[in-house]
Design a protein around this ligand. Structure first.
Ligand SMILES: [Zn+2]
Length: 453
């Protein structure tokens, strides 16, 4: 971890007070113990940030000039506030609250697939819950989202012997004909391997048995597997789940067709089944699979991003955005993806409100809709609000699981990173001080690409 002295601030020379550090460092740290497990969830909301950290060295109307040492001192003055938040969240009456709220929510609503009735109910539920929590400016912002249903689906290996394949159709996939598709299998280990075997692909079901490296790289097989197989005349594609480990558990997700490539049905299969077929194939055994999928795509549905705020006392027009997504896939409860992220984001506002704190900038909670279909709700939010982009100081999202926190991932200028590191020191007592590279997420990347930290 870099120390303050590594930061590219002139030690004693001056730079504009654009940082706004006369304003509050309102670091909210949500640290919640969840029952038997000590799970620490962290959300830092930094209300001290200026009109985006990109203005760090610009001249502003603040007029004052400060050194990094001044900033360190200013941030350190918030240790009492941080302590109060930690006490309330970890040891006080808010202990377990976020977990209990989430358990009630997922047990009551269940899965929340884009376009589903359940997602509508979830949004209504949250709208009411946020109002009951006494948050400000609670409202719903309309967006259009995809509406796809998986329907009945099954995959059977019928040669060399009968074996039911653990499968889940991929989001947006077309259906098979009602009688299904029965075809010989071509197993490939990579896109390169597919292209080497290009002449064998026509009329086959292509099974991708790609090696898992990391999610970002390996997920390309799920996104583009169907299109690449279809280009070579395949009838369907089955993709080994994008995961390093499986207990016969296929893992669904979104895939993308291309307008000039025929659409073929596509599903993910459990790692075990992909590897079984790869072994059979490598020994020259003929494999035949029957795939039946009843997926349907409907016209886009009406939905909403759910918003609540604590209005800023000094710069109410400036926004510190905290978020998670409410929608989920249809085959689970979405407790972790992204119930956890959504509910710790809500908890951040609850804690601040309960302590009677009022940040200088507006703290805005956004619960996105249609994330799993490609950040659809967030994209429309961005298009609607980018006209005010200079008022967005920082955007945050939790969508990678709320497990044992060790810090946060941050994208921004080196100077902004230095400030973030100072702020994270307020969590030293909980040993949650890391500031990692490459912060971001599907729902906030629109802003990050525009330079918002
Ligand atoms: Zn997610």
């Amino acid at each position: 971890m870099r120390g303050a002295m590594d930061c590219p601030y002139p030690s004693m020379s001056c730079w504009p007070y654009c940082l706004g550090l006369e304003s509050a460092v309102q670091c909210s740290q949500i640290i919640v113990k969840w029952r038997e497990m000590t799970l620490l969830f962290l959300m830092v909301s930094i209300c001290l940030f200026p009109r985006s950290m990109s203005c760090l060295l610009s001249n502003t109307s603040y007029g004052h000039q400060r050194t990094f040492e001044d900033i360190e001192k200013e941030i350190a003055r918030y240790s009492d506030v941080a302590e109060k938040i930690i006490k309330l969240a970890v040891y006080g009456k808010a202990q377990n609250r976020s977990y209990e709220r989430l358990a009630l929510f997922v047990d009551t609503i269940g899965p929340r697939l884009s376009g589903s009735r359940n997602l509508e109910l979830a949004i209504q539920y949250m709208d009411k819950a946020l109002r009951n929590d006494g948050l400000e400016n609670v409202h719903l912002e309309p967006v259009k989202i995809p509406h796809w249903e998986r329907g009945e689906e099954i995959a059977m290996m019928i040669e060399p012997y009968n074996h039911t394949i653990a499968m889940l159709g991929l989001g947006g996939s077309i259906a098979t004909p009602p009688e299904g598709i029965t075809a010989e299998v071509l197993v490939v280990n990579s896109f390169d391997d597919l292209h080497k075997k290009a002449r064998e692909a026509r009329g086959k079901i292509v099974v991708y048995n790609q090696h898992y490296t990391n999610y970002d790289k390996t997920v390309l097989y799920r996104h583009h597997g169907a299109v690449e197989a279809a280009k070579l005349g395949a009838k369907a594609s089955l993709i080994k789940s994008i995961a390093p480990f499986s207990i016969n558990s296929p893992h669904t997700g979104m895939q993308a067709y291309e307008s000039d490539v025929p659409k073929i049905p596509t599903a993910c299969i459990a790692i075990e089944d992909a590897e079984l077929m790869a072994r059979l194939f490598s020994r020259g055994t003929k494999i035949v699979v029957t795939l039946k999928m009843g997926a349907k795509t409907y016209p886009d549905a009406d939905s909403f991003n759910t918003v609540a705020e604590i209005t800023g006392s000094k710069y109410p027009e400036q926004v510190v955005l905290i978020s998670g997504h409410l929608d989920s896939w249809d085959v689970g409860q979405g407790a972790m993806d992204d119930g956890g992220g959504a509910f710790i984001s809500w908890e951040a506002l609850s804690l601040i409100k309960e302590l009677g704190l009022r940040p200088k900038r507006t703290l805005r909670l956004v619960l996105w809709t249609g994330e799993e279909q490609g950040g659809v709700g967030a994209e429309q939010y961005y298009k609607l609000h980018k006209v005010n982009i200079s008022n967005f100081d920082i955007v945050m999202e939790s969508d990678e699981g709320t497990f044992m926190p060790t810090g946060l991932a941050f994208t921004g200028s080196i100077k902004a990173r230095c400030i973030m590191k100072e702020i994270m020191k307020l969590l030293k007592r909980l040993n949650i001080t890391n500031v990692y590279e490459d912060g971001g997420g599907t729902d906030i990347n629109y802003w990050i690409h525009e330079g918002i930290p």
